[in-house]
Design a protein around this ligand. Sequence first.
Ligand SMILES: *[C@@H]1O[C@H](CO)[C@@H](O)[C@H](O)[C@H]1NC(C)=O
Ligand SMILES: *[C@@H]1O[C@H](CO)[C@@H](O)[C@H](O)[C@H]1NC(C)=O
Length: 543
Amino acid sequence: MSSAMGAMAWGMSKRVVSAMAMVVVVLAMAQSSEGQGGQSSWALLHQNVGIASMHTAVTYTGQVLFLDRTDIGPSLINLANGVCRDNQRDLSSQHDCSSHSLMFNPADNSVRPLLVQTDTWCSSGQFLPNGTLMQTGGYNDGVKRVRWITPCGSDGSCDWVESSTDLLQAGRWYASNQLLPDGRMFVLGGQYSPTYEFIPSNGMGLFNLPLLESKNYFDWYPFIHLLPDGTLYIFANRDSCILDYNSNTVVKTFPTIPGEPRNYPCAGSSVMLALESGGTSAPEVLICGGASIMAPGNITAQFPASQTCGRLRPLDTNPNWAMQDMPIRRNMGDMVMLPNSQILIINGAQNGAQGWDTAASNPALNPVIYDPNAWTFEVQPATYIPRMYHSTANLLTDGRVLVAGSNCHIQYTFVGEFPTELRVEAFQPAYTDPVHSSVKPQFVANPTAINYAAPFNVQVSIPSPAQGVIGLTITSSPFTTHSYSQGQRQVKLVVSAPVLLQSNVYGVTGNGPLNPNVAPSSWYMLHALHQGIPSYGIWVQVQ
Ligand SMILES: *[C@@H]1O[C@H](CO)[C@@H](O)[C@H](O)[C@H]1NC(C)=O
Ligand SMILES: *[C@@H]1O[C@H](CO)[C@@H](O)[C@H](O)[C@H]1NC(C)=O
């Protein structure tokens, strides 16, 4: 492990940092926002994990699942115990002793290789209510596959299982998933698949979604947000609708978002802002970045990426997009919901679009943090590692953001401008700065399960006297790939005023989220917040 400062200094000397980037870093340091303070920073966690993670998900045991594709040739880490995979259908290595999936342990930055059988290239996934990850589709022999991995601790031996009989009804390459309130998985879209299906299907077939029907290519990896009324908000390219999946009816359509396309290969990213008061607030969708519609067809031009974000309140009467400019334009960015309900926009490039080789250029090395209440952006310090196509960003329970991947090449390639990236970093938001330790809350007693609309008690210690409320939020763990975190959501819970129980220890009664539409049953990270500073999170099962 190297310190953030060491890593930064090393990077500066290795890579030309533009004068512009230097200026924005200095600005961010000078204007840390009220109640936040401290410095955001970067840390290099691992020099070479052996694979470039194209899909990443944090499991409820704390281990982080990394997943690449199988048909990419040899990776830089072998399967354990001399195991090799023999698969005549693999497009690159029919006898392959290297690994394409890992468990990464953020506690000690160690890795354990996993064995995946069929091609997971550009697949989709999400955690089930019991914390098992369901992962769907891919390419070639994997295009209709369903795979599962049940998480284990660092001493466990959990691995991928897949079925050769429980298949998707349509091939799904570049699809998106959403866990439904009843525990079924909703799987939508992908190349030549303008349809959705349910797992388990319970005898139901494929359903067309008109939003996808007329389009190909610009609507891959559509954005899906489960709204608190139990319907699905679905966005593809520049248009969106609400689908009632119980009656398979589109019940509402929305104005076209201004600006560029927002889905593959022009990826922006999207989140639903944190639901307030246990899920009783009006939901609001945020979409940021994208690429010029001309960019995928004209790589030499390297058209500038989108600089805009749009906000839409889909359950309002006749809503429209409220547009804002970001300080930095970006495609292939990842949006991560932080425990303080601000939105980190990280990774990606300022020119071009998604795709191999030089499809994009001018890496967006500075993340920005969006405060949805103030409608403001704050530019964050730059990394020195470009995170271009096939990179990911995921929230860890301790509030850091794990950054992995970046591979613009059909095989692992370590030459040229954007080599295959095997280094893993953490972006450490300013709230992790030790300068906040006197106000940072810490759980000393907590539940491991939270019931819908039912009270639960926590005890939180804070070194200095508590001021104001101690908030509680639950944040899901998404399946992150291609700039979109499938299943990402956050709910701010209703809380009682803190009661001083003993020296520095406060009791707070929280109320579980309203119902499974607000937060489908699954494992969530529970964070306490005091003075804008989140505790380390603990995993709770919402049920
Ligand atoms: C979790 O649920 C899925 C779907 O019902 C099931 O296939 C899987 O076996 C369950 N995992 C465990 C560990 O029980
Ligand atoms: C690509 O874009 C540039 C700049 O707009 C233009 O000059 C060029 O003709 C375009 N090339 C193609 C093949 O469209």
